[in-house]
Ligand binder design. Structure first.
Ligand code: ZN
Length: 131
């Protein structure tokens, strides 16, 4: 397993980690398989979405904020219940095919770390399952 760390820039942010995932997959030495990208946190997630227009990331954050406002009558005492819900909506892992040592993503796709309770130091784990 490969891992890398990142510092997230604010309470909520989508951070493009495609290059780090690609580097970790390459470091595995496995040319063909499935790359599992896993985020070992309960208030952060990972997703695949558009990497061309940054307004898509802003829109995702806006929409998640409208879907799960912090003002809902949560019972979780830490005050970050909205972050837990948003993390589950995005999910804790994604899978990407690895072909010829390269992530098989669409032209406009990137892998995003989804921060919902930052800024924090976070970790991403990358496992390559050989084909
Ligand atoms: Zn909590």
């Amino acid at each position: 397993m490969q891992s890398f760390e990142l510092q997230t820039p604010g309470r909520a942010a989508f951070v493009d980690v495609t290059a780090q995932v690609q580097a970790a997959a390459r470091a595995s030495g496995v040319p063909e398989g499935v790359v599992v990208v896993s985020v070992p946190h309960t208030t952060a997630g990972v997703t695949i979405n558009e990497n061309a227009d940054p307004s898509v990331r802003a829109d995702l954050l806006m929409a998640l904020g409208r879907l799960v406002p912090a003002t809902l009558p949560f019972t979780h005492a830490e005050g970050n219940a909205d972050a837990h819900v948003k993390a589950s909506l995005m999910g804790g892992s994604v899978q990407v095919p690895l072909i010829g040592g390269r992530l098989k993503l669409g032209t406009w796709q990137g892998v995003y770390f989804c921060e919902f309770d930052g800024p924090r130091r976070r970790r991403v784990d990358v496992v390559v399952l050989p084909a």
